[in-house]
Design a protein around this ligand. Structure first.
Ligand SMILES: *Cc1c(COP(=O)(O)O)cnc(C)c1O
Length: 378
């Protein structure tokens, strides 16, 4: 039987809530379902304020606007990430200073950030790859020392946590000043396209609501805090319609079930592949300070040729495995703007990392077949 790389999971209630939203007569944004979703995330994960957005890319754009990024400002971003992490800041005129990953894990190497800071640096953007936390203590420490903002790209990191030196377990997206999540159909919980901005530094809450609603103080008006609303700042139309929020609400109701299933699939992969004890690849590493939300199952091949052979072998059995990011510092768009530093670890993940099928409806038998197919390569 064929196994796709991803299959969006529907809980069954999506169209029910969408029907309700459509028939309520309030279909534009910031209605009942938007508030249900936002309140859930705030109370479940301790975010000070949540605003649903039409994508994670949009949430990152809002964060770049809130951070007042201006032409010439520098922003530190891992090279091994999705385009959106960089593009949100590029649109504000920022210069991107690309950082390398650890050698054994694609997250930004927190120990090497300080050397990249100049008097133009405004923000650090850690990306929690595969939903596994970056070293947030180290990142917050260097950010505080130089008075920089930390904006987490938590696109893949729903329901994942970080335990700092103080022993407190915090949800990813609640540690930095701001964070962005995605509900794209490839993520753990979905709304087709969708995302959210989380705001943990209270200084940004009021302005975030204004930027969210086209530069107007509409949100304050509807709470009765001002008696008319008008144009007060820059902004855009970042809020999703109630139709999207209704879809997301059905997913949220099943978050626990979805997460348990994904984690058990992840563990099946991990123990099965560990038993092969292959010299050709390494398994993912989850540091002690991080949890695993089973967003992704990847392996790191020892070389590019083995990765090609593995993808081909799986394909011949009908199983779809895919590689991931190409280092952004050597992209067509940025290579002439990059300062020339070699980023070996990022390039290594570009060449050698491969993601295996991972979705709610995958089953143990499917994973066993995939593992058997990998065994057959050598
Ligand atoms: C998925 C993803 C994004 C983009 O999310 P959208 O909701 O599609 O805009 C950004 N960054 C990372 C790391 C992602 O995985």
């Amino acid at each position: 039987m064929k196994i796709p790389f991803n299959k969006p999971y529907l809980t069954g209630k999506e169209t029910h809530y969408i029907y309700d939203a459509v028939n309520s007569g309030k279909i534009s944004g910031n209605g009942k379902y938007t508030k249900l979703c936002q309140n859930f995330f705030e109370s479940q994960y301790g975010f000070k304020k949540v605003l649903l957005t039409t994508s994670c890319t949009d949430a990152l754009e809002m964060a770049a606007m809130l951070a007042n990024i201006e032409p010439g400002d520098e922003v530190i971003i891992p090279s091994y990430t999705f385009v959106s992490t960089a593009i949100a800041f590029i649109r504000q005129g920022a210069k991107i200073v690309f950082a390398d990953s650890y050698s054994d894990n694609p997250n930004i190497d927190a120990g090497k950030i300080e050397a990249l800071i100049t008097n133009k640096t405004k923000a650090i953007i850690p990306v929690h790859y595969a939903g596994v936390a970056c070293d947030m203590d180290k990142i917050m420490e260097v950010a505080n020392m130089y008075n920089l903002l930390v904006i987490e790209d938590a696109a893949q990191a729903i329901d994942s946590f970080y335990t700092g030196k103080d022993g407190v377990k915090k949800a990813l997206g609640s540690v930095g000043h701001l964070a962005a999540f995605s509900f794209h159909e490839t993520k753990n919980i979905i709304s087709g396209e969708g995302g959210m901005l989380t705001i943990n530094d209270e200084r940004f809450i009021q302005r975030a609501e204004i930027i969210w609603e086209k530069g107007t103080n509409r949100a304050e008006f509807f709470r009765g805090e001002v008696n008319k609303y008008g144009w007060v700042d820059t902004g855009s139309s970042f809020l999703p319609s109630e139709v999207i929020a209704a879809f997301l609400w059905a997913q949220i109701e099943n978050l626990g079930v979805i997460q348990n299933k994904r984690k058990s699939l992840w563990n099946t992969y991990y123990s099965g592949l560990k038993a092969i004890d292959s010299l050709h690849f390494n398994l993912p590493i989850v540091p002690n300070y991080a949890t695993n939300n089973a967003h992704m199952f990847y392996i790191i091949c020892k070389d590019m040729n083995y990765r090609m052979a593995l993808i081909e072998q799986l394909k011949s059995n009908g199983y779809h495995a895919v590689f991931h990011y190409l280092s952004l510092h050597s992209s067509d768009f940025y290579k002439d703007k990059h300062d020339g530093r070699a980023l070996f670890n990022s390039d290594n993940f570009s060449d050698c990392l491969v993601r295996l099928p991972m979705f709610y409806e995958l089953d143990v038998e499917g994973i066993q077949n995939i593992i058997a197919s990998i065994k057959n390569i050598n």
